[in-house]
Design a protein around this ligand. Structure first.
Ligand SMILES: Cc1cc2nc3c(=O)[nH]c(=O)nc-3n(C[C@H](O)[C@H](O)[C@H](O)COP(=O)(O)OP(=O)(O)OC[C@H]3O[C@@H](n4cnc5c(N)ncnc54)[C@H](O)[C@@H]3O)c2cc1C
Length: 538
């Protein structure tokens, strides 16, 4: 089922009529595995490229409808943008300023669904917008925005928004700068651990029958007969293989243009890539997230509570660098530290953050000059039975996947069941499963402050969540991502816990630790460069 307007582009590959049903043909790619057995023509109905949230959601939707699905990611699940977001499941109140009402309405609807279907991964989060004399958005504008936000959510709004005076605002969040504080607006949205949600969606796709191959890069894609032949390479072992599929969904996020280029070298899909940086600081707020306006450019940014920590971000800067080389830029780090200190004076902007990382948005290029005004609506580009996804929010991954799989089914002429993701809960019980491993794997390490990691967590990540490298566990399966020093301190011990499950000898363990430490050293250098630069110049 398709809803609303969509930007669509159609282009033809030789011999492909996008509207015509594809015929099935015999033959299986030598590297392909199909858990549903052979005998239905092509090995797979659908090849998904990319194990970020969009690829994982497409694979899950398609597998739940009964399609034979294979998903490839050249890295870990969620190792691209999907572990570097602001980790909000939200309507996106700031998108009201750019008139993206349809996106906001859909995102608010999806927020409600995710809170209901994935409660272990998505939780409501109270927000506070402080109002300062002569700064940021006016109280009136914010009140009008929140009223519209509530109206777009309809019955699915989480709680009534309200406005409080400065005394109550300071009682709620004493760290706020009292000078010039007029009051605050309060409302609700939702928060998630993006990497863990993405992994959970991918693992549920596998449970529904999809074949997942991480650290497996698609290196060649050619139309063959009525479908596609993809060649892939295991990034760790160099092993090569092939898979055939009737349709392809290119969910390679910021790499989508490169993947599309494998089949259509000269075609441009119109992607605008922008860099978004976050820093992690010691916790400043009690329980509320803050929505703040940067004084320097008026942009909205967040201070988000993560236990004893605050996640602060983000920035939005055009960046044409190859996505895998995009890192937190010293200028972005400085911007976030200085803007935070303006509202939260307890924060010393000369203090190094605990982490600094960047993600790359792949936006459907719009007419806006400023990156933060560029539309966040998705676009689906069609090349015969290959669909390329551009843009789209984390929050709307389920509804985008539903649209995409509807099209795959239609164009590839596949018989499939109805979409089930609107009613199928995402299985929980992760903590219980980990607890069940503790007797056999009793190791435990306080990595730093309140951050702890257990051997059972690491083993579970390997056995049940496809972690293949040390970085996968430290960055994307536990909370250690909040502190670089915690990751450093835990790396040798966690590598030792993982080693017997992945067949690592001493040299392999050392390589794993070195990889993590090198990345953290690079991050530390960027932070030092940010702190060394003169104040207020970005
Ligand atoms: C700074 C920032 C903050 C954000 N905050 C929010 C937020 O709070 N809420 C929200 O709703 N949205 C947010 N977003 C948007 C959201 O994070 C993204 O829309 C989403 O994560 C994109 O997911 P994806 O699956 O398309 O891309 P990715 O997660 O990047 O996945 C693409 C995958 O493709 C793989 N790949 C690439 N090439 C190949 C190949 N040749 N073979 C195999 N695999 C390949 C990559 O390894 C990668 O894992 C934010 C984005 C950014 C950048």
């Amino acid at each position: 089922m398709c809803r609303g307007r969509e930007d669509e582009e159609h282009s033809e590959l030789a011999g492909d009529d996008p509207a015509a049903p594809l015929e099935s043909r015999a033959g299986a790619g030598p590297g392909a595995r199909d858990r549903r057995g052979e005998g239905r023509g092509l090995t797979y109905d659908l090849l998904v490229v990319g194990g970020g949230i969009q690829g994982a959601a497409v694979a899950r939707d398609a597998a739940l409808r009964g399609l034979r699905v294979v998903l490839l990611d050249r890295g870990d699940l969620a190792s691209g943008t999907s572990s570097r977001s602001s980790k909000l499941i939200h309507g996106g109140i700031r998108y009201l300023e750019t008139g993206q009402f349809r996106l906001v309405r859909e995102a608010l609807h999806e927020r409600a669904l995710l809170l209901e279907l994935a409660p272990e991964y998505v939780r409501p989060l109270p927000f506070l917008i402080p109002h300062y004399r002569g700064e940021g958005r006016s109280r009136l504008a914010v009140r009008a925005g929140l009223a519209l936000y509530a109206a777009l959510a309809g019955k699915q709004r989480l709680a009534d928004h309200r406005t409080v005076g400065s005394t109550e605002a300071l009682a709620l969040e004493p760290a706020l700068r009292p000078d010039g504080l007029l009051g605050a607006s309060l409302y609700w949205d939702a928060q998630m651990d993006d990497a863990q949600l993405c992994v959970a969606v991918a693992i549920d796709a596998e449970r529904a029958g999809a074949a997942l191959h991480t650290y497996t890069e698609l290196v060649r894609l050619v139309p063959e007969g009525s479908g596609w032949r993809g060649s892939f390479r295991d990034v760790d072992t160099g092993r090569e293989g092939e898979a055939e599929a009737r349709s392809v969904v290119n969910a390679a996020g910021p790499w989508a243009e490169d993947v599309r280029g494998l089949a259509r070298p000269s075609a441009r899909a119109g992607i605008r890539r922008t860099r978004g940086t976050h820093v992690v600081l010691p916790g400043f707020t009690r329980e509320r997230a803050l929505l703040l306006s940067a004084r320097r450019d008026g942009r909205v940014f967040f201070v988000l509570p993560w236990g004893d920590f605050s996640l602060v971000g983000t920035t939005d800067v055009d960046d044409g660098t190859a996505p895998e080389r995009v890192k937190a830029h010293p200028e972005d780090i400085r911007y976030l530290l200085e803007e935070t200190a303006r509202v939260l004076p307890r924060h010393n902007p000369g203090q190094p953050p605990l982490r600094a990382f960047a993600g790359v948005r792949s936006l459907a290029h719009g007419s806006a000059i400023r990156p933060w005004a560029n539309s966040r609506e998705h676009r689906i580009v069609e090349d015969g039975s290959m669909l390329t996804l551009i843009g789209g929010k984390y929050t709307t991954h389920r509804s985008l996947a539903e649209r995409v799989v509807d099209r795959v089914v239609r164009y590839a002429g596949i018989r499939a069941g109805v979409c089930r993701t609107r009613t199928t809960p995402l299985p929980g019980g992760r903590a219980k499963s980990i607890a069940g491993l503790e007797a056999r794997h009793p190791g435990r390490l306080i990595a730093a402050g309140s951050l702890e990691i257990t051997e059972a967590e690491a083993v579970y990540a390997v056995q049940a969540e496809r972690a293949r490298h040390l970085e996968d566990v430290l960055e994307r399966r536990t909370r250690l991502w909040l502190r670089a020093d915690a990751m450093r301190r835990a790396s040798e011990r966690v590598a030792a816990w993982m080693a017997p499950h992945l067949g690592w000898d001493h040299a392999a363990r050392d390589r794993e630790v070195r990889r993590v430490v090198d990345a953290l050293d690079d991050e530390r250098d960027r932070i030092e460069a940010a702190l060394a630069a003169p104040r207020g110049g970005a």
